[in-house]
Design a protein around this ligand. Structure first.
Ligand code: IVH
Length: 700
């Protein structure tokens, strides 16, 4: 019902041999993790093994004396020689709502009453803990957590961590504690810089941080990011307001110029009850996929300093804080093969074939690899253990190999020498390789796409029909569709009635707006949205054809790489476009905004903001699940178009800025995570039928 359960079926250790073996594996994983090497266990496997060890130790208390599970970082963090001002502790974990309630009950037992000062809820940032010392407003030292009492001096990172300024506006003295991490963007850059220096790729952003903190003499610097989640007095100073709550401490840190968890897009929330804390946990969990950095949970803390002091500290973690772990979105598995398919624009798309692995509730056995250059940059070999990342609805993608686990003799992923579809040559001039025949190579997928609801909307032109038309030689490009006679259509369909119906459909398709006709051409990088922008900007096919690469740069989303590709591919398609014109296909964008009107044909303002008019003006609408009633035939992109036409914005995830969620009520099944988040955040949920009524004037 709530933010994703974090563990799979519990592991049970069969005896002391299995226990010792599990300890060895935990130690090896922790050592690698803290040394900045790629860990042989992913988070989910590590957590499951650790829980099994703890369960075994609870049942065999006499035999657990040497276990590292009672120590900060499981005793594996490199120690370092800089003494911490006060111990840097870890956090205990819970994995679901019942366990959060149990933690609250244990906190109440310790206090002898209910928590009165409320709770804070903030993201659990997935990086590495550091203490950063400011003296007289200057960042003088950065120290890793180490074993909690002593850490390593990593001050070499000063100057390369966003959020940890070298100088503050005021000459204050204090220590901030928080997490250093790579945002997704910083991580991609780090991988590129590292590859350029001949370094092995990092398996994931967290390993990259641990490694970067420890590497003092790299010839290159990698930018990272810091957010504080706590602070302490330094050198006997008095920076922190006396008796300040956790939220007030972070506000003081932020006011001094150091970023805190409250400054992250997930924010810091103060609530009164544990039930409200659970709601906030779910809300942050729902934001996770859209955050620009990784989180592996949500931290709930007692807000009051007095109650924190009363609750006290254990050897590893404080009793007044708890990490609510979210399900792992990253797992390790083995890359078995890479298959190549040719898409509608002729681009060769590689897909990784993986040993099936459970990620966030679904089994993943295939994942996206972007292009040959990307495969090479990541240094992927067949047989590699790889990290696979899946967030929310996003298609899983292979992140990086765990180089330490590479089998001997493994070969780099082979790249195709000829087009995997037609066996012809490959155009390798761009990062995304393409069959030399372009869209002409994968004619069937192109025609199927062009006939689709969101493009030319030719009802009845399904896969079998498309194949029959191509096999008969009648269709060699998209323009041929419009030259077919009713007799030819009837012959291909094997039925005069169907032939006549299709002829009617083609007559309607001739009048589709330019944006859809352009999209049907199959030019690289011009899907529905980009085609709409091009049509809005230029208004006619003639104007687009006359545009230079430089002219195209004025269109949002077209950069110096894409512009010449669009120009060249459109020029190469001149015979097809001419044939379309000759067949009477519409080449203009109707209701296009005038240069000063600001609003586009589909209702969206030129700057991308929603127009002020329409029943959804100023609203952000999220859609989930299957549509029903009048919207039953609406695809996701058609729904987005509808929302924009009616004056709103189409959102992808439910958050506090969402105005309403369109969702069919579940027939007793599990509600979607978006529906759960909407309920918790008080976001209105509308059934598709009710939503259709609201936007009735805007339905197709
Ligand atoms: S509070 C005394 N808050 O998670 C309380 N920790 O798995 C100490 N972490 O060692 C920690 N985000 O490195 C706290 N918002 C957050 C955090 C956070 C990430 C890390 C921290 C801690 C580890 C425990």
């Amino acid at each position: 019902m709530t933010a994703s359960p974090a563990v799979e079926a519990p592991l049970v250790l069969s005896g002391s041999v299995a226990y010792e073996d599990a300890l060895g594996r935990l130690r090896a994983a922790s050592r690698a993790y803290y040394a900045g090497e790629n860990s042989p266990l992913d988070d989910a496997s590590y957590d499951a093994l650790r829980l099994a060890v703890l369960a075994w130790e609870a049942e065999h208390p006499g035999e657990a004396a040497a276990s590292p599970t009672g120590l900060v970082a499981d005793g594996a963090a490199p120690e370092g020689d800089v003494a911490h001002t006060t111990r840097l502790l870890s956090l205990d974990n819970v994995f679901g709502p019942e366990q959060l309630l149990a933690w609250d009950a244990s906190l109440r037992r310790r206090l002898g009453r209910d928590v009165e000062g409320g709770f804070t809820v903030e993201p659990k940032l997935d990086g590495a803990a550091v203490a950063a010392r400011y003296r007289d407003g200057r960042l003088t030292q950065v120290v890793t957590r180490g074993d909690g009492t002593h850490g390593e001096d990593v001050s070499h990172v000063v100057g390369s961590v966003v959020g940890l300024p070298e100088r503050l506006a005021e000459p204050v003295t204090f220590e901030v504690r928080g997490e250093v991490l790579f945002t997704r963007e910083q991580f991609e850059t780090a991988q590129e810089v590292r590859a350029a220096h001949g370094g092995a790729p990092f398996a994931n952003p967290r390993n990259a941080v641990a490694g970067t903190l420890r590497a003092k003499d790299r010839p290159y610097r990698l930018e990272m990011t810091f957010w504080a989640y706590g602070a302490a007095e330094l050198d006997g100073g008095s920076f922190l307001p006396a008796g300040a709550t956790h939220a007030e401490v972070l506000a003081a840190v932020s006011a001094a110029g150091v970023r805190t968890t409250a400054d992250t897009p997930a924010g810091l929330h103060v609530v009164d009850t544990i039930a409200e804390a659970q709601e906030r946990v779910d809300a942050i969990g729902a934001l996770r996929a859209g955050l620009p950095f990784g989180i592996d949970g949500v931290v709930v803390k007692a807000n009051s300093a007095a109650e924190q002091a009363e609750a006290g500290l254990g050897s590893r973690f404080p009793y007044w804080a708890i990490a609510y772990k979210l399900s792992a979105v990253e797992r390790q598995t083995v890359l078995r093969d890479v298959v190549w398919e040719v898409g509608r624009t002729g681009v060769l798309a590689p897909t990784a074939v993986l040993d099936p692995v459970e990620i966030d509730g679904s089994t993943v056995s295939r994942a996206t690899l972007h292009n040959p250059a990307d495969i090479a940059r990541r240094g992927l070999h067949l047989g590699d253990t790889v990290t696979v990342h899946k967030a929310g609805d996003i298609i899983p993608r292979v992140q990086a190999p765990v180089v330490e686990l590479r089998p001997e003799g493994a070969e780099p992923v082979p790249l195709p020498a000829v087009c995997p579809n037609c066996g012809g040559g490959i155009d390798k001039s761009q990062e995304r390789w393409r069959c030399a025949k372009g869209a002409g190579c994968a004619l069937a997928p192109l025609i199927e796409y062009a006939a689709g609801r969101d493009v030319l909307d030719i009802d009845g032109l399904g896969r079998t029909y498309v194949k029959a038309l191509i096999d008969s030689g009648l269709v060699t490009d998209v323009a041929d569709l419009f030259t077919l006679t009713e007799e030819q259509l009837s012959a291909a369909a094997g039925s005069a009635r169907r032939g006549a119906k299709l002829a009617e459909q083609f007559a309607l398709a001739r009048n589709r707006p330019l944006s859809r006709v352009f999209c049907a051409l199959g030019i690289r990088g011009t899907g529905r949205r980009m085609s709409r922008r091009l049509a809005d900007h230029f208004g006619t096919m003639e104007a687009i054809r006359a545009a230079s690469a430089e002219d195209l740069l004025a269109v949002e989303g077209i950069g110096p790489e894409k512009a010449p590709v669009v120009v060249a591919e459109l020029a190469a398609l001149a015979p097809v476009v001419d044939k379309l014109i000759a067949a009477g296909v519409n080449m203009t964008e109707p209701e296009r905004p005038g240069p000063s009107a600001g609003a586009s044909a589909d209702g969206a303002a030129a700057d991308g903001s929603a127009p002020a008019e329409g029943p959804l003006a100023g609203m952000t609408v999220v859609v989930t699940g299957k549509m029903t009633g009048p919207l039953a035939s609406y695809s996701r992109s058609r729904m987005s178009e509808l929302i924009e036409r009616a004056g709103g914005r189409a959102g992808s995830g439910v958050n506090s800025g969402t105005s309403c969620l369109v969702s069919a009520p579940g027939a007793g099944g599990k509600p979607s995570s978006k529906a759960v988040a909407a309920e918790r955040l008080g976001v209105e949920v509308l059934a598709p039928e009710a939503f259709a009524e609201l936007v009735a004037d805007y339905l197709d």
